[in-house]
Structures are given as structure tokens and as C-alpha cells.
Design a binder for this molecule. Structure first.
Ligand code: TYD
Length: 216
């Protein structure tokens, strides 16, 4: 690559349990990429499109509905939002050569709708293939924190979500363990980052990983 050819855009997702600091890390990573003259899109799931934000409201914030979803209905709602997000936002940006940094993606469904809510993993993987049209990230940063540390951080947030009333520590332990298994199964795609350190330290670790993989 010649010095004035910008690095080809990559698709990077951030995953992790509640309160691991994904959104902050995603925002900082985009700032860091832009600081290197690269064009980068910041997005998140559930959300990222008008449909996705509507799905977000249904699955997370509507009392009496969000906390009363059948596991397959839940998985399909996230998948519908994901399909729209891939085709309207993520794939077009990658085709323009831009970087895409997305807080949560298909691995969230494997961890939460699979390990958390008991959907069959094989079926769920097939659903992710269908929803994404086969688009998997180039790199997934798993920001890992002990469940109690993450939950303590989220208790400071204000908006009600379904997990607050219904799920206990065992649910989140299962989600965390599932993430670590996913990372161990696909070491080429995943990097595990310690999320219990300071924001600055996590940012530096992430920048180091991205630079080592793509910018040297
Ligand atoms: P989010 O707003 O991303 O907050 P945080 O990342 O700080 O926890 O929360 C989204 C919630 O949605 C989170 O509890 C996990 C859940 N979720 C799923 O269950 N499946 C999915 O596919 C996605 C994208 C999110």
C-alpha cells in the first residue's frame, strides 16, 4: 500500500456484557480512525436505522411487551433490525471504502438470544446468516468485564429496560461465558479486551489492536 492510499475500510464490531463500555469505546475508536484521515461510520444495534430504533423500543423499553417476548419472536425482531441495518447502512459504507464501527451485532444475538434465552444455537446462527446476508465483521472486539462490575455501571443509567426487572446475575454470567466461548472458537476474528481498566487504557488497547492488524 502506498503511503497516500488510505487503508481499505474494515467492519469492526464491539461486543460484551452490560456495562462493558462498548459504546464509549466505539465512539473513541471512530475518533481515532478519523484522526488518521480515515472515513469511519459509527453505528449500533439494536438501532442504526429508523426500523432498528423502533425494534429497540419494542425489545428493550416497552413495559409489558419487552419483558414478555417469546424467545423466537425476540430473536426475529433483532434479526429484522439487523437486516435493514446491514443493507441500508453497513454494506453501503463498506462499499464506499469506509470503516464501519458497530456497537453490538450478530454475536449479541448468539450470546443473549442463544445462551441467555435458550434459542437453539444452530438455528440462531442460520438466522444470523440470513439477516446479515452473510456479512460478518472483519474484527470483533470483545470487551470483557466481570458481571458485577458491568451491572454496577449500568445501575447508574436512567431509562428502564427489560433486564432490570427480570434477569439476575445467572443470566448475565451465561451471556458472558457465551461471549468468551465465541471468542475462543474464532480467534482470527475476535480480540478480547479487558473492560475493567480505565477508559484510556481500553482505548489504547483497542487502537493498538486495530493498528497492528490493519494500519502498518
Ligand atoms: P445497549 O443499548 O447496547 O446497551 P449496553 O451495550 O450498554 O448493554 O443494550 C442493548 C441490549 O440489547 C443489551 O442488553 C443486549 C440486548 N441485545 C440482544 O439481546 N440481542 C441483540 O442482538 C442485540 C444487538 C442486543
Amino acid at each position: 500500500m502506498s503511503p497516500d492510499t488510505p487503508a481499505r475500510g474494515r467492519f469492526i464490531t464491539l461486543e460484551g456484557p452490560e456495562g462493558s463500555g462498548k459504546s464509549t469505546a466505539a465512539r473513541h475508536l471512530v475518533g481515532w480512525l478519523r484522526g488518521r484521515g480515515l472515513s469511519a461510520v459509527l453505528t449500533h444495534e439494536p438501532g442504526g436505522t429508523p426500523l432498528g430504533e423502533e425494534v429497540r423500543r419494542i425489545v428493550l423499553h416497552m413495559r409489558g411487551m419487552s419483558d414478555d417476548l417469546e424467545p423466537r419472536a425476540d430473536a426475529l425482531l433483532y434479526a429484522a433490525g439487523r437486516a435493514q441495518h446491514v443493507e441500508r447502512v453497513i454494506r453501503p459504507a463498506l462499499e464506499r471504502g469506509e470503516w464501519v464501527v458497530c456497537a453490538r451485532y450478530a454475536d449479541s444475538s448468539l450470546a443473549y438470544q442463544g445462551a441467555g434465552y435458550g434459542n437453539d444455537m444452530t438455528e440462531l446462527r442460520r438466522l444470523q446468516e440470513f439477516a446479515t446476508g452473510g456479512l460478518w465483521p472483519d474484527l470483533t472486539l470483545l470487551i470483557d468485564v466481570p458481571v458485577e462490575v458491568g451491572l454496577e455501571r449500568t445501575r447508574r443509567r436512567s431509562e428502564w429496560n427489560r433486564f432490570e426487572d427480570t434477569e439476575g446475575a445467572a443470566f448475565f454470567e451465561a451471556v458472558r461465558a457465551a461471549y468468551l466461548r465465541l471468542a475462543a472458537d474464532e480467534p482470527e476474528r475476535f480480540e478480547v479486551v479487558d473492560g475493567s481498566v480505565s477508559v484510556e487504557e481500553a482505548d489504547a488497547a483497542i487502537a493498538g489492536i486495530v493498528a497492528a492488524r490493519y494500519l502498518r
